[in-house]
Ligand binder design. Structure first.
Ligand SMILES: *[C@@H]1O[C@H](CO)[C@@H](O)[C@H](O)[C@H]1NC(C)=O
Ligand SMILES: *[C@@H]1O[C@H](CO)[C@@H](O)[C@H](O)[C@H]1NC(C)=O
Ligand SMILES: *[C@@H]1O[C@H](CO)[C@@H](O)[C@H](O)[C@H]1NC(C)=O
Ligand SMILES: *[C@@H]1O[C@H](CO)[C@@H](O)[C@H](O)[C@H]1NC(C)=O
Length: 328
């Protein structure tokens, strides 16, 4: 990163903090304690301006005062278009749009790095952002209940959510046709190990960013391995995401559950997870509760432990979690 860019970033974030009248300790001789900006990508059926997301941003700012929070929207300022884009659209094109928006953003693009929070499908999409674009580069990625190894079913729709129900009926119809793959968002991370050939052949998103096809893209692995922290939260009582183990990249094939470290995607390091693990940056976490039941304390800890100033240090992972949830 060029020094001029860091300075521009500092100036902009300080301007933001001044507006918010937050006390800051400015001393040219000390490392900059400005927290990195945070990018949030929300889940299926949510909107960028939802109350819950606002609270998440407020917590982040309470833990690291002066945090600039950017929430991804695929509908500009139109919340219903943004919600609709969580169900319908071509994820490749959606990611291209987000890559462009982040790279052109005056604050994000001049920061030395950003931190990122992905809720549910937003988690694998942010991972896609890192693998494919990563400008500005992500330092810490936290994903909550994300479908990193795909889904075989999604039980997400409210009783009167016709948009959701319409999407889900389409999902079950000819999932891997080009028609469905270019239009229905959840279909693009649908992955049934029992029907693996169809997935490899037709998946528009997941098979690509998981580098499961014969020709691997090295950039994907290099970019993901550049993370300092990849924190993956799994909801122990998740009844929405099937199988819930997908949040830890576990393979569930019938009754067989294969932990990430026993899978080729890790062992042959298709996407950089092994390299990241070697440096202590791969972090398995679980939450007691159903999908997206995130205690405030967990958000607080996530921000405190993995986000904040650029120059902070992180403890390498040494915990007992071994990516084997569900087998104990
Ligand atoms: C690999 O991914 C990068 C980043 O998206 C892209 O620029 C490049 O063209 C891809 N390489 C191949 C061989 O597809
Ligand atoms: C999805 O969008 C990408 C990028 O715009 C495009 O290249 C691709 O052909 C689209 N896929 C389908 C199946 O329409
Ligand atoms: C899942 O299990 C079935 C039957 O045991 C097997 O044929 C298939 O190859 C497995 N799928 C994967 C992706 O390993
Ligand atoms: C989370 O952090 C905020 C801001 O410091 C604090 O007000 C709140 O009590 C914390 N919540 C929990 C459950 O610790």
């Amino acid at each position: 990163m060029l020094p001029t860019k860091s300075l521009a970033f500092l100036a902009l974030t300080l301007a933001v903090s001044t507006v918010e009248a937050r006390p800051r300790h400015i001393n040219d001789d000390e490392p900059d304690d400005t927290p990195l900006p945070i990018v949030i990508w929300h889940g299926l059926g949510d909107t960028f301006n939802g109350e819950g997301l606002k609270q998440v941003g407020e917590l982040a700012d309470a833990i690291h005062p002066g945090t600039f929070v950017y929430t991804v929207s695929l509908g500009g300022t139109d919340a219903s278009a943004d919600r609709s884009a969580t169900f319908f659209g071509n994820v490749t094109a959606q990611l291209d749009e987000v890559c462009e928006a982040l790279a052109a953003h005056p604050i994000l693009s001049t920061a030395p790095a950003i931190d990122a929070v992905g809720f549910s499908q937003g988690g694998q999409f942010l991972r896609g952002y890192i693998e494919r674009c990563n400008f500005p580069p992500v330092r810490s990625l936290a994903t909550f209940g994300s479908q990193h190894n795909g889904i075989v079913d999604f039980a997400a729709c409210g009783a009167y959510d016709w948009l959701c129900k319409g999407a889900m009926s389409l999902l079950r119809y000819n999932t891997f046709s080009t028609f469905v793959q270019s239009r229905l968002v959840p279909a693009q991370y649908f992955r049934d190990p029992k029907d693996y050939a169809a997935y490899l052949d037709g998946s528009n998103f997941l098979a690509d960013i998981n580098n499961e096809r014969e020709v691997k893209n090295k950039t994907y692995a290099e970019n993901l391995a550049r993370l300092s922290n990849f924190v993956m939260y799994l909801f122990e009582d998740d009844t929405t995401v099937i199988p819930r183990e997908t949040s830890w990249f576990q393979e569930v094939n019938g009754t067989e559950v294969i932990a990430i470290r026993d899978r080729p995607i890790y062992k042959e390091d298709w996407i950089g997870l092994k390299a990241l693990d070697k440096k202590g940056g791969l972090r398995f976490r679980s939450i007691t509760g159903d999908h997206m039941q995130i205690p405030e304390s967990v958000l607080n800890e996530t921000f405190a432990n993995f986000f904040g100033p650029y120059y902070r240090k992180f403890e390498p992972e040494t915990g007992v979690d071994d990516g084997r949830w569900g087998e104990l």
